[in-house]
Write a protein that binds this ligand. Structure first.
Ligand SMILES: [Zn+2]
Length: 387
């Protein structure tokens, strides 16, 4: 304990904070730690103890030096007493410092950038899925820290069926991506769900709920245990540098890919959006049209999705083929997309209490499944333009 019995700790699964000074409830000075082997930082997750009933002022001094300072504008931190229900708490950002004034209602309270998703919960998610007879688990290899890379397979249509891939959490600090996976896996695990049954009659779904368990455990924002940003490794990954991508990519080469959705969170934009593959070489008109139609269908399906805001689209031929979405769209000429969800509140349909939340991420996954089902007849391989 330090100060007047007030202390801050992050020595647990996914924890990230450094204590610069903890002199009392009103003088808690913290820094966000960089990824263990790379200079990215933004994810924080820590526990404050010994401050029940005291007016606390927590200052994250190096917020302005984090990877996405724009992420702090209009951002409200997440807090939880029981580790299950996370609420947004008043937060301000000025002069490079993120300040959270708060009076804890209990002797221990957690603060995080977004509702954390633990490795225990990941294990339970996988165990719950494989209990269903139509679900298989493949472990094509291990991470640098020796953790299993889990790939769930739904459906037994074999290689003659369409091969649909869903992957999440290449960037471990983007925990909303694995909350999203809970929604997808709940639907795909239910063989009586008519959309699931209809889809699995024609397709096999390969699901990687957490691409980066080492980074998740270490409390990293963007990289694996060796410092690799997995979403810049798809062209070049080796088993030594990025085994997570290396092994999943090898499975994709075996099965082929007719569809892939890679699920992420975005620090700055307060909306859900899809980034695509506009910049890949030789992009055919019908290949591009399916991307636009998918976005439009999802926007029609859910008020939690929109198409007006997103990343700038790469110019023709200028795609970064190290990124999963562009790499797969180029190699397999399939519908390949990056879904981004906000860390902040969701501007088009805000929720002051929870902001963008695990529950809404789960629901959005169901909407994605419904739209994928509707467009299933158009999924597959496209020709290159000019052929
Ligand atoms: Zn990301």
């Amino acid at each position: 304990m330090t100060g007047q019995g007030v202390a801050v700790s992050a020595a647990f699964d996914g924890g990230n904070i450094e204590v610069e000074r903890c002199a009392g409830p009103e003088d808690i000075r913290l820094n966000i730690r960089a990824d263990n082997a790379a200079d990215f930082r933004q994810w924080f997750y820590f526990r404050l103890t010994g401050a029940r009933g005291h007016d606390c002022t927590l200052r994250l001094l190096n917020a302005g030096a984090c990877s996405y300072p724009g992420g702090w504008e209009n951002y409200q931190a997440c807090a939880s007493v029981d580790g299950r229900t996370w609420v947004r708490v008043p937060t301000s950002y000025a002069a490079g410092v993120l300040t959270i004034p708060y009076r804890p209602p209990a002797d221990a309270i957690y603060f995080a950038y977004f509702a954390p998703y633990s490795l225990d919960r990941h294990a339970a998610l996988v165990a719950g899925a494989v209990a269903h007879p139509h679900v298989a688990l493949e472990v094509p290899g291990q991470t640098l820290d020796g953790r299993d890379i889990d790939i769930l397979r739904f459906g037994d249509g074999g290689l003659t069926a369409k091969q649909l891939w869903f992957i999440a959490r290449q960037h471990p600090g983007e925990t909303m991506a694995e909350w999203w996976m809970e929604g997808l896996i709940a639907r795909l695990s239910d063989a009586d769900d008519p959309v699931t049954a209809g889809l699995l009659a024609e397709a096999v779904c390969h699901v990687v709920p957490n691409m980066n368990p080492d980074g998740s455990a270490r409390g990293n924002l963007r990289t694996n245990a060796g410092g690799a940003n997995l979403n810049r490794e798809w062209r070049d990954a080796t088993v030594e540098t990025a085994p997570e991508v290396f092994h999943v990519r090898a499975k994709m080469a075996e099965t082929g890919v007719d569809f892939c959705l890679d699920v992420h969170g975005d620090e700055a934009l307060p909306v859900n959006f899809i980034a695509g593959y506009e910049g890949i070489p030789d992009l055919a008109t019908d290949h591009l049209a399916l991307l636009d139609d998918y976005r439009a269908e999802l926007a029609a399906q859910s008020p939690d999705f929109q198409t007006a805001r997103g990343y700038p689209k790469a110019a023709a031929g200028k795609a970064d083929l190290r990124i999963c979405t562009s790499y797969l769209a180029d190699r397999f000429r399939c519908l390949s997309m990056t879904l981004e969800m906000p860390f902040k509140d969701h501007d088009p349909r805000p929720d002051a209490a929870q902001g963008w939340s695990p529950a809404r991420a789960r629901r959005l996954a169901g909407d994605v499944l419904d739209v994928t089902y509707r467009l299933r007849g158009r999924l597959g391989r496209f020709e290159r333009s000019g052929q």
